[in-house]
Design a protein around this ligand. Structure first.
Ligand SMILES: Nc1nc2c(ncn2[C@@H]2O[C@H](COP(=O)(O)OP(=O)(O)OP(=O)(O)O)[C@@H](O)[C@H]2O)c(=O)[nH]1
Ligand SMILES: [K+]
Ligand SMILES: [Mg+2]
Length: 442
């Protein structure tokens, strides 16, 4: 392997703070440390010193810690310089490291090196970024679990199952005289079924993990004046949307990032769905429909006193029916299961029934009962799992038709798709995209 360059960056957040850290990684760390310190550093020892520039002028005083490879974040030699958290001082300290032979790190380059050194797999490396940017306690815990390898372990378990299947099928192909018996064996069917079930469960869990990271996209829709904007305000805990008794008040799409019981939601208020007379409202309704098509969950708001309107809701999107203005209709806050989904009675005005709604939102975000152990995931992972799932189904069909060669190929491709998640297959093209999203210094 060619000698890597030594990289350096300010690792702490921009802006004034009590303490700031410049991080350095690569083969030059020891020499930089020795120059700053005036003698070789002791491993993992906090040296107190004055950082000086090339002319001997004092930049700052602080701590220097040298982490020799491989026991460091990146797996390479790492140097941490901790000074006062002044952006100007830290910039000078960084400059000094660059003068001593380091080059500025790209975003995510420290974590990329940790991946290349085998300290983390790809899913874990992505969890670092998700942990840093997590917007809720639940998202923090989920990212922590992925970083600990929870997600990767489950991927590996499915990969092992797939490998065993491949061995079986390849063995059958190697002994043509036995092939028919081998491929038709009930034991093979059963194993295929088990792997498919594990993969389906993992896919569902990863979908919940992705919603935890991205936040749930909840669209509020319904007839004019049903109380959609009032509901948004009630959930947000403040008056964000305009509420009046005039039908057609909301015309544009209003997107609010709100936190409900520790989960991040994007709540989308939309124009009331009706045959609108004027073009502005018509455009609002067109946008409302576009939002509906990409919702994770639709809150269909009904006025409990009015006849149930025809709502053009898209197929395949989960819908929760909300009978609003229960304070006027006199209905008690309660829930009913009906063929078209769950119905809740509530009042955006009095707040009655809102706790039940919050509970449903938690469940939709993957935080309901039985959700302990959620791990973070990304669209990239969910996509790879979906491809693996489809390939496995094809392999099953081909085995059914005795097409062993084709089945073996699909199983191999399914395994490759899963390998993309953890980075065990050649993932060069992916790396730039994944680590480019990081902040510098990570
Ligand atoms: N009594 C009572 N009035 C409500 C309730 N929710 C909304 N309202 C009233 O119903 C009227 C319409 O509320 P909005 O929140 O503007 O309804 P909307 O669905 O956003 O209406 P458009 O944006 O025009 O489609 C307002 O006068 C609200 O104060 C409720 O739970 N109880
Ligand atoms: K209104
Ligand atoms: Mg409105």
């Amino acid at each position: 392997m060619t000698q890597r360059e030594t990289i350096a960056a300010i690792a702490t957040a921009a802006g004034a703070a009590g303490v700031g850290i410049v991080r350095v990684s690569g083969p030059g760390c020891r020499a930089i440390a020795a120059t700053l310190l005036g003698r070789p550093p002791e491993p993992r020892h906090a040296h107190y010193l004055r950082f000086r520039d090339g002319d001997g002028e004092v930049i700052d005083d602080g701590l220097l810690i040298h982490f020799p490879a491989p026991q460091s974040y990146t797996g390479e030699d790492v140097l941490e310089l901790q000074g006062h958290g002044s952006p100007l001082l830290l910039a000078r300290l960084l400059r000094r490291c660059l003068d001593l032979g380091a080059r500025p790190a790209r975003p995510g380059e420290f974590t990329e090196r940790a991946f290349l050194e085998g300290r983390l797999d790809l899913a874990q490396a992505e969890a670092v970024a998700d942990l840093i940017s997590a917007g809720s306690e639940a998202a923090v815990r989920a990212a922590r679990r992925s970083l600990d390898g929870e997600f990767s372990r489950r991927v590996h378990a499915v990969v092992e199952g797939l490998t065993a299947l491949r061995v079986w099928v390849e063995a059958a192909l190697d002994f043509p005289e036995e092939e028919v018996d081998f491929l038709a064996a009930p034991e093979l069917r059963r194993r295929l079924h088990d792997v498919a079930a594990d993969l389906a469960a993992l896919r569902a869990a990863a979908g919940r993990g992705q919603r935890l990271v991205d936040g749930l996209h909840v669209v509020i829709a319904g007839a004019p004046n049903a109380g959609k904007s009032s509901l948004l305000n009630a959930l947000a805990g403040e008056d964000r949307a305009i509420v009046t008794d005039i039908a057609g008040t909301t015309r544009d799409v209003l997107r609010e990032r709100v936190r409900v019981d520790g989960i991040e939601l994007t709540l989308v208020d939309t124009a009331g769905l009706r045959e609108a007379p004027d073009v502005v409202e018509q455009e609002g309704i067109r946008r409302a429909r576009a939002e509906l098509a990409r919702a994770d969950l639709v809150l269909a708001v009904l006025d409990d006193q009015a006849p149930v309107p025809e709502l053009p809701l898209p197929a395949g999107v989960p819908v929760l029916w909300l009978h609003n203005k229960a304070d006027l209709s006199g209905a008690a806050a309660h829930a009913e299961r009906r063929p078209d989904g769950e119905h809740l009675w509530l009042s955006a005005r009095t707040g009655e029934g809102l706790d039940a709604l919050r509970q449903r939102l938690r469940e939709a975000a993957g935080l309901g009962e039985g959700s302990e152990g959620a791990f973070s995931a990304r669209a990239r992972h969910v996509d790879a799992l979906a491809r693996a799932d489809a390939l496995l189904a094809q392999a099953a069909a081909q085995l059914h038709h005795g097409a062993g060669e084709l089945a073996a190929e699909e199983l191999r491709r399914a395994q490759d798709a899963l390998g993309e998640i953890t980075g065990t297959v050649d993932a060069d093209a992916l790396l730039g995209r994944i680590f480019g999203d990081f902040c510098i210094g990570k």
